[in-house]
Design a binder for this molecule. Structure first.
Ligand code: SAM
Ligand code: SF4
Ligand code: F3S
Length: 580
């Protein structure tokens, strides 16, 4: 594969200066010697980032927000009020792209009313091989940036002044490579640009509680249905020391939860050079393509080193360490042992199965069998008793027979996942599966999806009932908006999918909890170490704290309980002393 740096970015797009609504923000203090070169605060655009898709997109949006804030822009409260709208797209299913196409009319009308408004489209929807058709499909968009071009957002918009951080002025990250004869995004420079952004304090994290930390970009796997290898390119791991340094700064900033991110987070490190200090690492892949993994850092090593970052009390400085998404190929014994031995690693694993039928798994290019999947799961359940396991399933993939579908249902019945994120197969442009016939009729896909969700509804309920009567640690995350405290089923505009990772689903029939724990108490929601969603009532001050909750209700998607001990540990966002 060849990596071809892109030509220098095109001319910056002009953003017509416009007075922002409301009181102007106080201009930041600037060295008087350079003040004359700085654009006036009121002339910079207010921005809004609409993020779709997975946690990687959420993390990327934090970097883009950081760039725009560093350039002096301000956040807008809504898409409608913004001068600059950045849409960070997902392309995993047609429906995800259709959502954005469906907003083109609104965006065009907004631009007509306010001619200075600009729209930028980024993320997996921007693929080099389909660049020609983008303007036709997204007529309201002024600029398209592939995932590897996102660090150049502010620069290309012409928002970078001479006083902006050096990294913003000089960054050039755009690169493509060739996969299956087509040009695709290459993540070769994203690791370096993230390090620069961190050094210049240009990552605007969206929470003071939980932090995302990307460790590997792209995907090298062979799933025939999936667009990700074509939207994000081959796997590229960040240097080990950069990741540890970022984790340390996250710990020092007082975050209580850290999630390591990658499309295949557990394949981390295979593309890094072998080093003497990692000579003890002798991982072997148990399925899929063989790789030389000797003496290279892996996810297990990262977990152990991050777990070893300690606070003044001697405990892990970050109390909950998570990682998503793992692939069955790379679920090594070393990783399982690290999960079992590192006290901060949360007792939850997301391990996509996709299908319970071997012939189907082969057509999907997953390169493991159901037996292999079950063996790895048995090993982890033995090492981490009670671990919660969630998964992804696709129904109605090319040629799926009723028997193959029933095999998937039987696998769910046998494995008893805590949560299943299920979707109907959606053909994606340029993927190998296009060579197979998409021959399961839409009505059959829908029926199978509903049948699977109904089956999982029962299993999820039974799994959750195991928590009844127990006292569990809940990290309180947010006030539950009234509308979420309702019966939840598949949203009507999202009929091809249910329970996307990253979305929260209120428990079916959870009543409004506001006021039930004394005057001023509100409905709150948080998660256990096992990633169970828990509804509770309490003081809003509890947000960001870990409390002990007695579980007295279990629904298929969530638990409910009352606070019996509060709070545990330091307040979130308060600087923590990390012991060297
Ligand atoms: N890397 C992860 C893995 O090992 O599967 C998942 C990442 S993928 C972006 C998230 C999920 O989207 C997949 O697990 C799969 O279930 C689903 N997905 C991907 N392509 C799809 C398609 N064409 N139609 C329906 N669902 C799809
Ligand atoms: Fe897509 Fe498969 Fe890569 Fe997951 S492992 S991102 S499903 S190609
Ligand atoms: Fe979607 Fe891209 Fe993530 S296709 S799921 S945003 S990697």
């Amino acid at each position: 594969m060849t990596v071809r740096p892109q030509d220098t970015p095109g001319a910056p797009m002009s953003l017509r200066p416009r007075l922002l609504g409301g009181a102007p923000a106080a201009p930041p203090s600037v060295d008087p010697g350079v003040a004359e070169f700085r654009p006036e605060t009121h002339s910079l655009p207010g921005f809004f980032i609409w993020t779709l898709g997975c946690q990687m997109n959420q993390s990327d949006s934090e970097e883009m927000a950081g760039q725009l804030l560093a350039a002096g822009c301000l956040r807008s409260p809504s898409l409608e009020a913004a001068d600059l709208v950045v849409i960070n797209t997902c392309a995993v299913r047609e429906h995800a792209e259709a959502k954005v196409i469906g907003r083109q009319g609104l965006l065009t009308a907004l631009k007509r009313a306010r001619p200075g408004m600009r729209v930028v489209l980024t993320g997996c929807g921007v693929r080099e091989s389909e660049r020609d058709g983008l303007a036709r499909r997204f007529p309201a968009v002024d600029m398209f940036l592939r995932p590897d071009e996102e660090p150049e957002l502010a620069l290309r918009l012409g928002l970078v002044s001479a006083q902006a951080p050096i990294g913003l002025q000089t960054v050039s990250t755009a690169a493509t490579t060739v996969v299956s004869g087509r040009p695709v995004s290459a993540a070769d420079r994203l690791a370096a640009s993230r390090s620069t952004a961190l050094a210049e304090d240009r990552v605007a994290r969206s929470s003071t509680l939980s932090a995302w930390l990307p460790i590997v970009y792209g995907c090298d796997k062979t799933c025939t249905y999936c667009i990700v290898p074509f939207s994000r390119g081959p796997e590229r791991s960040r240097p080990f020391d950069d990741i540890v340094a970022e984790a340390r700064s996250i710990a020092e900033a007082g975050f209580v939860e850290l999630t390591l991110l990658g499309q295949n987070v557990n394949s981390y490190g295979h593309d890094l050079p072998a080093e003497e200090r990692f000579a003890h690492i002798e991982t072997e892949r148990s399925a899929g393509r063989r790789l030389d993994l000797q003496s290279r850092p892996d996810l297990a090593e990262l977990l152990c080193v991050i777990d070893g970052i300690r606070g003044a009390d001697g405990g892990p400085a970050i109390s909950r360490l998570r990682f998503i998404t793992s692939h069955p190929w790379d679920l090594s014994d070393r990783l399982i042992d690290a999960m079992a031995s590192c006290e901060s690693v949360a007792e939850h694993l997301h391990l996509p199965i996709q299908s319970g039928d071997d012939a189907m798994l082969q057509r999907m290019g997953r390169q493991y069998t159901l037996a292999h999947y079950k063996l790895r799961l048995a090993r982890i359940r033995e090492a981490v008793p009670g671990i919660a396991v969630s998964t992804d399933v696709i129904v109605g993939f090319c040629g799926e027979t009723e028997a193959e579908f029933q095999a998937t249902l039987a696998a769910l019945e046998e494995i008893r996942f805590d949560t299943v994120f299920a979707a109907a197969y959606s053909p994606r442009p340029g993927t190998p599966a296009l060579r197979l016939a998409d021959d399961v009729p839409p009505a059959v896909k829908r029926r199978r999806l509903n049948e699977l969700l109904a089956r999982q509804h029962t299993i999820g309920l039974e799994r959750n009932r195991e928590w009844l009567g127990r006292d569990v640690e809940v990290l309180v995350e947010r006030i539950t908006p009234q509308r979420q405290v309702a019966v939840v089923s598949i949203a009507p505009d999202d009929a091809d999918t249910a329970a996307e990772p990253g979305l929260d689903y209120a428990g079916v029939g959870v009543p409004d909890l506001a006021g039930t724990a004394g005057e001023g108490s509100v409905a709150l929601a948080g998660r256990t170490r096992h990633n169970k969603l828990v509804h509770l009532a309490g003081d809003p001050e509890l947000i960001g704290r870990a409390v002990i909750v007695h579980i007295d209700y279990a629904g298929p998607f969530a638990l409910r309980g009352r606070v019996v001990a509060t709070p545990i540990g330091p307040s979130p966002g308060v600087a923590t002393t990390v012991v060297e």
